[in-house]
Design a protein around this ligand. Structure first.
Ligand code: ADP
Length: 613
């Protein structure tokens, strides 16, 4: 290589640097659809320029020929990659045709084969020769019959690519038209250069080919486009795939109120194809929607919901600015919310129905409550009304029995005893009904005292218990702790609790024993009433605590009402205690009661308003 020729190479080297720079940038952005082909294009151009520089710089025919042959490779791949890039850029469906791509690659490889074996057949060109052409010697040869075919292939692909770009520009997709123009210019410059070279109308430094400079110039344009319009950052692909497929209607309106773009969803909405609509004033496009037009004509920014026929639409209008923040138009986004509105209406309807149902339920509930209250009041007053005359009957019968109104013979005495016993039973029944009614009506209050002497109460209970079993072969056993504390509670109710349990034991036990034990545990007293009666089978152990429920044995005995245990449990619980039973069928029953010695709850019940029953 001759050092005096070096300055002449500088422009070529600059051109190479620009191409390589763009190749690197393109490689970084190759993930964009078509980006790989764009990279292939620029890399091929760079290789071509490099080959050309080496061809110029070498002096022997042999090496010039070598580099000239080398350039054929990128020459072949430049139009091919440009073509494939365009197919991707404009989203042409052919871009996915493997058949087309392999056909094109095969043809071009075929040409390369012909070129590299040219010395054997000279189909592409004649023998080469060196022409003295300062500052460089020029490699020269004549083109043979294969060459026009190669030209046809190369320029055919290039022109089809340009045609697709021009078509894309026509249907333009407006925001991208600048991008497309830049691509067209960037591609056209080297193509024109190629024509000029072919026509041999113009030479630089005596060289046949000005393409390196046109590549550089074209690439400079592309480079500017890359930075200025983010050519590979926001290619129309993104727009196409998102905007075209989005279900919302997207309409772009320019500053003088012409529709300049719309997507398929918008075409469906306005029932007109884009080719009839693009470029038309909004007055024409939206003539059906005159009112809306008036409403939104000058609005730049808005979110609104409208109804058109049966459709409910959400309209979003937002201003569009160019890169210098100048207003260039408006973007109208229309979202069909018909289904949403329908759903909302449905929900509203359902909630109305629910409200009505709730209201009816409330009325029914109030009615039931008042009926329940009436029932309780009725039972309470009835029990009260029955209790008073019954008390009188019992009193007078007792007086009679005692002979206070004169002597009685045995039969009279016997009859009066029966009246007395039935009357007492009736009174007990009425008392139970009164109790359970008050409990259920929430009207039962304890008469709590803080100085209940348990030992004293137990003495009364034991006396009654013994009276209850005096006619039966039953032993009454007590196991009571010595130092029982003074406790809080309603002493009448505590007695009632124990007597209920003992009288049940006495009622169901025919022989054996009944044991009452009382134990003090921390702040609690544990009472146990156990008997040697028939016991309560496991399946009945829950139901005996329900009002008016009796076990089979209870039913057989015929005496009870099924109210004793429910009342007892409620009285225990009202004191803050617990009542439960343990029993094996046929092996007696033990009832357990715990009562607190004292508690804050009981203390609270001692307030003046805590009236007794
Ligand atoms: P009743 O007035 O019928 O005795 P209770 O509520 O006091 O009502 O008892 C409910 C049922 O529990 C009784 O009918 C009886 O079947 C059963 N029962 C209660 N205590 C005993 C016991 N100590 N032994 C066997 N069964 C009992």
């Amino acid at each position: 290589m001759n050092s005096s020729t070096l300055p002449y190479l500088v422009p070529y080297i600059i051109s190479l640097i620009i191409s390589v720079g763009i190749a690197v940038y393109a490689w970084d952005h190759r993930q964009v659809s078509g980006g790989v082909y764009f990279t292939g294009l620029v890399v091929s151009q760079s290789l071509w320029i490099a080959g050309y520089i080496f061809e110029l710089a070498s002096s022997s025919l042999q090496s010039k020929l070598f580099w000239d042959n080398f350039q054929w490779i990128p020459s072949t791949f430049i139009p091919l990659s440009m073509f494939l890039f365009v197919l991707h850029y404009v989203q042409n469906p052919l871009r996915n045709s493997r058949r087309l791509i392999s056909f094109l690659v095969t043809i071009n490889l075929g040409f390369l084969l012909l070129i590299f074996t040219n010395s054997l057949h000279h189909i592409m060109a004649s023998e080469s020769r060196l022409i003295k052409n300062p500052p460089f010697d020029t490699l020269d040869y004549d083109f043979h019959s294969g060459f026009p075919l190669w030209i046809l292939n190369v320029y055919g692909l290039t022109l089809i690519g340009l045609w697709y770009l021009a078509k894309a520009l026509r249907n333009s997709k407006h925001f991208y038209s600048q991008q497309i123009i830049i691509l067209l210019v960037g591609f056209l410059i080297p193509i024109m250069g190629g024509f000029v070279t072919l026509a041999e109308v113009f030479t630089i430094a005596g060289q046949r080919d000005i393409t390196p400079f046109t590549f550089a110039l074209g690439n400079a344009v592309l480079a500017w486009g890359l930075f200025r319009f983010s050519l590979l950052d926001a290619v129309p692909i993104a727009r196409d795939t998102i905007i075209e497929n989005i279900r919302d209607a997207v309409i772009v309106i320019d500053q003088i109120n012409r529709v300049i773009d719309l997507n398929p969803a918008a075409e469906v909405l306005i029932r007109q194809p884009s080719r009839l609509v693009i470029g038309q004033p909004i007055e024409v496009v939206f003539s059906r929607w005159h009112d809306l037009l008036e409403k939104y004509r000058n609005i730049q920014n808005l979110r609104d919901q409208i109804t058109v026929g049966e459709q409910h639409l959400e309209v979003n209008i937002s201003p569009l600015y160019d890169h210098r923040q100048r207003l260039i138009g408006r973007l109208v986004l229309i979202h069909n919310v018909t289904q949403q509105v329908k759903n909302q209406a449905e929900i509203h309807q359902r909630s109305l129905e629910l409200e009505t149902a709730n209201h009816e339920l409330q009325i029914a509930w109030d009615a039931a409550k008042s009926a329940d209250k009436t029932k309780s009041q009725f039972l309470a007053s009835m029990s009260h009304e029955l209790r008073t005359p019954l008390g009188a009957i019992l009193n007078f019968t007792e007086f009679l029995t005692m002979g206070m109104f004169g002597p009685l013979n045995e039969r009279q005495k016997d009859a009066l005893e029966k009246v007395l016993s039935s009357g007492r039973h009736l009174l007990a029944l009425i008392n139970d009904i009164l109790d359970i009614t008050k409990i259920e009506a929430g009207m039962m209050h304890l008469f709590v005292e803080d100085d209940v002497n348990l030992s004293q109460e137990l003495t009364t209970v034991i006396a009654t218990a013994e009276a209850l079993i005096k006619d039966k072969p039953i032993q009454f056993i007590t196991d009571i702790d010595d130092d029982l504390p003074i406790m809080m509670g309603d002493k009448r109710r505590i007695r009632q609790i124990l007597l209920n349990l003992i009288s049940n034991a006495a009622k169901f036990t025919d022989k054996g024993s009944i044991t009452l034990s009382v134990k003090k545990r921390d702040n609690e007293l544990l009472f146990m009433v156990s008997d040697t009666g028939p016991g309560i089978p496991p399946q009945d152990q829950t139901l005996v605590f329900e009002p008016f429920r009796q076990s089979k044995a209870g039913l057989k005995s015929g005496g009870g009402t099924g109210l004793g245990l429910p009342i007892t449990r409620r009285l225990v619980e009202a004191h803050g205690g617990r009542l439960w039973l343990e029993s094996e069928s046929g092996d007696g029953a033990t009832f357990f009661v715990t009562l607190p010695v004292q508690s804050a709850e009981l203390l609270a019940m001692m307030q003046p308003e805590a009236a007794g029953l």
